[in-house]
Design a protein around this ligand. Structure first.
Ligand SMILES: C[S@@+](CC[C@H](N)C(=O)[O-])C[C@H]1O[C@@H](n2cnc3c(N)ncnc32)[C@H](O)[C@@H]1O
Length: 358
């Protein structure tokens, strides 16, 4: 499971991302046109004021919404730089958690920048910032100037001196790939835990027979909230072959893979990009959900609340939900403000599966 997952066992209050703070402080000095690769971590801080001749790229619809409200021209896609309005003179990027994505975006930047153009990377030592900067510099005959900032943040500035003849290995970033067989599952870099079957989600699937057996009505409509590449839907569809599916996530990259999995299995499925299912209309009989507990780099209790509220809103009267969360999240207590009953079905391996009745 990736570091962003809700099985990392991390706890704690939200703290500002000092690497992002340091990057924002450089913004005014950057030579336009600027491309800004804005990953999910930017949710951690208030948005800076927009600047002329900047274009942002993000795969998260909520981040795109925030950037647009702040006035930034924003491309919402799987970091599709072919949609750029102009070639950049500067590219800035607070490095992501996932190496394949970081390598892909560095490759995109180094190929798009002109000679003399600058790549500005921000991060901490444990993000691998120094390593990324050195590898990127070697590709374009540059040396990385790395400066330390408040909060042990680092900014690396590279000036492109030659065209890159090689690329950093990006796990075939743009390709949807088969990551498992029997059952066959498709995913791609840029998706939560893209090469894995999430242990929490697997625990939820293991409880599905008991959950379904507790009601005499077979659900006809099922929503998968925070679907990622669609693991929960694919596995649950084996037990509910006649159901209609609604999959939703805020990550456009994830939905490419979720669509592929639904098509592979011939599911009657709608796949919708949305922030915590905002704008989606029910009712559905059942909600299945493995919610995130990180927003950017910060642990976010309010995200759990938002997913609970979305599940409640989408469910039909008498509808039921099955959630899996880290054991330390008091989901069953939080749910009682909305749902009539809430029951922990199993606790195992740091997770718990909770059944909710509207
Ligand atoms: C713990 S993962 C579960 C993924 C998937 N269900 C699985 O089993 O592999 C949580 C998912 O929630 C998504 N997510 C995070 N914040 C979200 C938001 N605000 N709205 C919708 N989805 C979100 C993430 O992109 C991620 O795919």
């Amino acid at each position: 499971m990736s570091k962003q997952s809700n099985s990392s066992g991390q706890k704690g209050a939200a703290t500002a991302d000092t690497a992002l703070v340091a990057l924002y402080r450089q913004f005014a000095n950057m030579v336009a046109p600027v491309w800004w690769f804005a990953d999910e971590h930017i949710a951690d801080l208030p948005m800076p004021a927009s600047l002329n001749d900047w274009q942002c790229f993000t795969n998260r619809c909520d981040i795109a919404g925030q950037l647009r409200v702040a006035g930034f021209i924003t491309e919402l896609s799987d970091f599709d730089t072919s949609a750029a309005l102009s070639a950049p003179k500067t590219v800035c990027y607070r490095v992501s958690k996932e190496k394949a994505l970081v390598h892909y975006l560095i490759n995109q930047a180094l190929s798009a920048l002109p000679l003399g153009g600058q790549l500005v990377l921000a991060g901490h030592k444990n993000d691998g910032l120094h390593n990324y900067a050195k590898k990127a510099a070697a590709l374009v005959g540059a040396s990385a100037e790395i400066k330390k900032h408040d909060g042990s943040a680092y900014i690396a500035t590279l000036t492109k001196a030659s065209q890159p003849t090689e690329k950093l290995p990006d796990s075939d970033y743009t390709q949807i790939q088969e990551i498992a067989q029997a059952p066959s599952l498709f995913s791609k870099p840029g998706v939560f835990g893209w090469q894995k079957q999430d242990r929490g989600s697997a625990l939820l699937i293991g409880q599905l027979p008991r959950f379904l057996g507790a009601s005499s009505n077979t659900p006809l409509t099922v929503a998968d909230l925070g679907c990622g590449y669609g693991y929960i839907t694919v596995m649950a569809a084996q037990q509910l072959p006649s159901a209609t599916w609604l999959l939703t996530d805020n990550n456009a990259t994830a939905l490419l893979a979720a669509r592929k999995n639904c098509d592979t299995y011939g599911l009657n499925a709608e796949v919708v990009l949305a922030d915590c299912a905002a704008g989606l209309i029910g009712p559905v009989d059942v909600v299945l959900c493995n919610p995130p507990f990180h927003q950017g780099f910060a642990v976010s209790g309010s995200l759990t609340d938002r997913f609970l509220a979305a599940a409640h809103r989408l469910l039909a009267n008498q509808g039921r939900a099955l959630f899996v969360v880290n054991q330390f999240i008091p989901l069953e207590r939080k749910a009682l403000g909305l749902f009539s009953t809430s029951e922990v079905l199993v606790e195992y391996d740091g997770f718990k599966v909770v059944q909710l009745q509207k």
